[in-house]
Design a protein around this ligand. Structure first.
Ligand SMILES: [Zn+2]
Length: 219
């Protein structure tokens, strides 16, 4: 199996362009404003795999579909997309998370995305595996290519101040996220989140106590 990973980072979120066995795969697609950047790259993907249905991950899906890409998104997150709803779980955590929540709630009124149809994709021979990893959203998924795991917003990458993977400000279901994290802690390889830099399974295992504490403090 041969693959190459390109990380595309914007102000809001990160998406990945992967050449896998001569197919071009997008993992997530950024906000709708990323369309111009994708146009410049002049890449026509064969597939788009969506980690979850949040606005900053599905923004360019309908654009990518126009050039013939097939799209995977979990049925449970597709429910939001079909209705054109931007899902925003409540945040009752820290002052900071409340601030971000109200800011996003306000911005939600202006954030638009084009609805799109999802496709049935034949995974056989593609070299990509899908795991259901709910918690951040009901239909969050993790995609595995080699020993690389694309985890969406299940965990956020380290930053210069907190040098560990962290839990997103938004957790739809704490119980489900706990199960998902138990699953991730057992894996070996590299993790690619939807926000922040990638990190190793060694760092994730070392961060276990920190992450459990963070989860406990969530509403
Ligand atoms: Zn998200």
């Amino acid at each position: 199996m041969s693959f190459k990973i390109k990380r595309v980072s914007s102000f809001y979120s990160i998406f990945y362009i992967i050449k896998l066995n001569n197919k071009i795969i997008f993992i997530d697609s950024g906000t709708p404003s990323e369309k111009r950047r994708i146009e410049k790259l002049n890449i026509k993907p064969d597939y788009v795999f969506i980690t979850h249905g949040h606005w900053d991950h599905i923004g360019c899906v309908s654009y990518l579909k126009k050039s013939g890409a097939k799209v995977f998104i979990h049925e449970k997150d597709y429910e939001f997309v079909k209705k054109g709803i931007i899902d925003l779980p409540p945040s009752k955590g820290s002052l900071y998370s409340n601030f971000v929540y109200f800011l996003l709630k306000f911005l939600k009124n202006f954030a638009r995305f084009e609805k799109f149809d999802k496709d049935a994709i034949e995974l056989h021979n593609l070299g990509l595996k899908i795991f259901e990893t709910p918690g951040h959203t009901p239909g969050s998924c993790t995609f595995k290519i080699g020993n690389n795991y694309f985890i969406g917003d299940t965990l956020i990458g380290p930053n210069p101040f907190i040098k560990r993977p962290r839990i997103s400000l938004f957790v739809r279901n704490k119980k489900e996220l706990k199960k998902t994290l138990d699953f991730l802690f057992e894996l070996d390889g590299r993790f690619y989140p939807g926000h922040g830099p990638s990190f190793t399974s060694e760092l994730l295992k070392k961060s276990k106590d920190f992450i459990w504490r963070e989860l406990k403090e969530k509403n």
